[in-house]
Write a protein that binds this ligand. Structure first.
Ligand code: AMP
Length: 373
């Protein structure tokens, strides 16, 4: 089981399906012990929607006659308990003189359940019992006796096996807990430097060494071009001329890469940010996640050496923008005029490091590793 993302939040594994099943077995046996030979026909009252899955597993394990009914109450909005019970979907079964077993997914403060019990007693129920898959003992007020409890859980926000986050995640076959520090160990490195300096080569070696995710906006754009997407068609004209593609396109790509790789331990941005506006957007994006750029590392070589390397790469990678002298010259100009100010941006926030990449790949990698480790 891995960390998962639901809407804007991350959740980590908490209770396995096997543990849940064993809790359901235990609870079912406790209820059977009370009702199997009692002659009673209790009403099993499923509290919708959360307890649907629990009820669905519990019912076939009960070895006595019973009726099934549902009621919908609500006390949650988002991840914060409001404490107010609202009966949304009324109970249609006549419960006067009957034994009712409320089936809940979770009891936290206990306010919802005690109000519900009182409501059922006011309607004339003979005996009201509470069965819950889980209880949060840290915050449970003990206002009302819980007759059948599957498991005790921490007072954290749970999702899966009936528990939802804004109606999502109920279908997960295990229970997950909110990961409130999802990116704690995450590293974000920015690789700067002129085209042809070897950022991609260094990034690939760093990925092998550290397991971080290499995000090259150039590679992502080239993928769009080969897939023949409208975005690719728009990017191709700009790339072939040695010009930058619009900021919102690359920023969207970066956001998508971060959000769709929640289990990454770090990111190496190669060819991004390409101007100060992109650097600021990256800062804002990471800030919203409680994160920040770890370091910006400039891998530099002279323009002459960069141009030589680009021409050598043209023979291997078949890139249009690597073959034409005037396009290469335009990319160099773009780098000096538009991308170089990014260096000052990171210098100003004390995150800037530079490495001369004028040696062999092995030596250059040793130098870069020193800064990144
Ligand atoms: P690269 O593979 O990094 O040399 O990028 C190839 C081309 O893709 C660049 O010359 C730009 O046209 C485009 N590109 C890559 N990254 C960016 C970016 N961050 N912002 C704008 N354009 C980009």
């Amino acid at each position: 089981m891995e960390r998962i993302k639901i809407r804007d939040k991350f959740f980590v594994p908490y209770i396995t399906n096997r543990q849940i099943m064993s809790a359901v077995d235990n609870v079912a046996e406790e209820i059977n012990a009370d009702f199997e030979n009692s002659g009673e026909v209790p009403i099993i009252l499923c509290v919708l929607n959360g307890a649907i899955i629990f009820t669905g597993h519990l019912l076939p394990r009960l070895r006595f006659e019973c009726e099934l009914a549902g009621i919908r109450v609500s006390s949650y909005k988002g991840t914060v308990s409001t404490g107010n019970i609202r009966e949304v979907l009324g109970l249609t079964t006549d419960i006067a003189g009957r034994t009712v077993i409320i089936v809940e997914d979770i009891v936290d403060t206990g306010q919802t359940i005690s109000k519900l019990c009182k409501n059922l007693e006011d309607r004339g129920a003979k005996d009201v019992r509470v069965c819950t898959l889980a209880v949060k003992p840290d915050i449970y007020s003990n206002e009302r006796k819980l007759d059948y409890v599957g498991m005790e859980v921490d007072s954290k926000y749970l999702v899966g096996w009936g528990f939802d986050y804004d109606q999502m995640g109920r279908n997960l076959d295990a229970i997950y807990v909110l990961d409130d520090k999802p990116f704690n160990k995450m590293k974000y490195y920015v690789l700067l430097g002129p085209p042809g300096a070897g950022k991609g080569t260094m990034a690939k070696l760093l990925v092998e060494k550290l397991g971080y995710r290499h995000v090259s906006t150039g590679d992502l754009l080239r993928k769009e071009i080969s897939a023949g997407t409208p975005l690719g068609a728009q990017a191709k004209i700009l790339i072939d001329g040695g010009n930058l593609v619009p900021d919102e396109i690359v920023i969207g790509m970066i956001r998508n890469e971060i959000e769709s790789n929640p289990s990454a331990t770090g990111f190496l941005f190669d060819g991004f940010p390409r101007n100060v506006a992109q650097a600021k957007s990256l800062d804002d994006m990471l800030q919203q996640m409680g994160q920040s750029v770890t370091r910006a590392v400039c891998i530099y070589v002279s323009d002459e050496e960069a141009t030589r390397r680009i021409k050598r790469r043209a023979l291997i990678e078949n890139r249009m923008d690597d073959t034409d002298e005037s396009v290469i010259a335009n990319r160099m100009r773009t780098y000096h005029e538009i991308t170089e100010p990014v260096i000052k941006f990171y210098k100003d926030c004390g995150k800037y490091f530079e490495v001369s990449a004028d040696s062999t790949i092995e030596e250059n990698f040793r130098r870069v590793s020193k800064v990144i480790d």
